[in-house]
Design a protein around this ligand. Structure first.
Ligand SMILES: [Zn+2]
Length: 425
């Protein structure tokens, strides 16, 4: 079969060694699924997509989201544990009906693609069948990533609680069907330490090691949760619980990580584990503000996630913006702000760093060598953005686009070379 060539022109987002981004005009050539050439310079009018006022970014990556929670966005006014039991568990129980789950997964994929997300590190529900359906459908859509069955064999409602031995068997089956070398793989996903028995946590940690799978779970999102964990595990610190179970590894992604002392930070750093920072979810549930600057200065690896549906922003551009806002808000709590009345902006990421985080930074955190950058030989996952404001005239074009962001500016999302046209009709 003859190969298909597509050309995309515009201001191309380039990642820099200092974990920021810059723009350079040029043309990207795609051959079928792959980026086969990049020519920097003038942009001819003959390109298939884009022009000099177009921003072309790598596909955006969301490293913490819950697929069954997309319809639950906006349940305001409850702290984490109440929100879980009153809003989220009933929503997730609906996925026990596989037809319902499939319809919702289809809508979720459409929403991800419409905001330029081409890579996910996602939670399903505790239903094995729904999780396999999500893996199959995301795989068919061409999305990169991992999806995990949200493991629960204690502490939840009956309709979400699976018997321990069956749960462990299901994790093994999912790992065999969607192993870690696939573009869409399964992740070992104990929901959090209160929702799993020790047997489950230890067993799935072994399986994750055997299959070299991503591990994802939640950690230190609220103070109350930390206290409950400590009470339940004989006074152990939250990270220590996971470490004891074998779940703190270089392939582990811990959602939130707000309330961590230096010992806990040391455990994560020594294992080279990742904290998935979720600023929109943290503000929405009133959980707190993670100290990104402090975590980075202690050499903890960070990624960024929407945490839908506690998080309310599907667009990773908006979550990137929220990361900047959270870093400013954290400064209001500092001694320096108290004494000077000014924010220390050296502790606040620039927009070009936020763009890096939602592309190459998140890919690196996930260990996806072929994602998050526009590079020859990589799968062609791109977002073609046409801002309708004079963005290139501002002093900082990437900051203007991020803070003035409008989802309607996305004209095409390209997944593994397949163009999804989102232009207004
Ligand atoms: Zn979460």
């Amino acid at each position: 079969m003859a190969s298909t060539k597509t050309t995309v022109g515009g201001q191309i987002l380039r990642c820099r060694a200092d974990r920021s981004c810059s723009l350079q005009p040029g043309v990207i050539e795609l051959t079928d699924e792959t980026i086969t050439d990049i020519q920097f310079g003038s942009i001819p009018t003959t390109v298939d997509f884009g022009d000099e006022n177009t921003l072309v970014t790598p596909g955006l990556i969301d490293t913490h989201l819950h697929l069954p929670q997309f319809d639950s966005i906006g349940a305001l006014g409850m702290p984490l544990l109440d929100w879980l039991s009153q809003v989220i568990f009933p929503a997730e129980a609906k996925w026990n009906d596989l037809d319902y789950a499939r319809k919702m997964i289809k809508r979720v994929i459409e929403q991800c693609v419409s905001v330029g997300t081409t890579g996910v590190c996602a939670y399903s529900t505790s239903s094995y069948q729904a999780t396999i359906a999500a893996l199959e459908m995301f795989s068919e859509a061409g999305i990169r990533g991992v999806i995990g069955q949200s493991l629960m064999d204690r502490g939840g409602p009956d309709e979400l609680t699976i018997p321990t031995d069956r749960l462990i068997d299901e994790v093994q089956s999912a790992l065999q069907l969607f192993p870690s070398d696939r573009r869409m793989a399964t992740a070992v996903t104990p929901r959090f330490a209160l929702s799993c028995t020790e047997k489950t946590m230890r067993s799935v940690a072994h399986l994750a090691k055997e299959f070299r799978a991503t591990i994802q779970t939640h950690l230190a999102e609220t103070r109350r949760e930390c206290h409950v964990i400590s009470d339940h595990f004989d006074g152990m610190e939250y990270t220590e619980v996971y470490e004891t179970m074998g779940l703190v590894t270089e392939r582990s992604v811990f959602g939130h990580g707000i309330y961590l002392d230096q010992t806990a930070i040391g455990r994560l750093r020594n294992a080279n584990a990742v904290i998935a920072h979720c600023p929109t979810a943290n503000s929405f549930l009133g959980s707190g503000v993670m100290n990104r600057h402090d975590h980075l200065s202690r050499q903890v690896r960070l990624s960024l996630g929407s945490d839908i549906g506690a998080g309310f922003e599907r667009s990773m551009v908006r979550v990137g913006r929220a990361m900047v806002e959270a870093a400013i808000a954290k400064q209001f709590q500092s001694d320096a702000f108290d004494s000077t009345g000014s924010v220390d902006f050296s502790c606040v990421p620039k927009a070009s760093e936020a763009w890096y985080q939602i592309t190459a930074g998140n890919a690196e955190a996930m260990g996806w060598a072929e994602a998050g950058r526009i590079q020859i030989g990589h799968p062609a996952d791109l977002v073609v953005i046409h801002p309708t404001i004079p963005w290139r005239d501002s002093g900082d074009a990437l900051s203007t686009v991020m803070f003035a962001w409008d989802d309607r500016w996305i004209r095409q999302t390209i997944l593994r070379g397949v163009v999804v046209d989102l232009s207004p009709i």
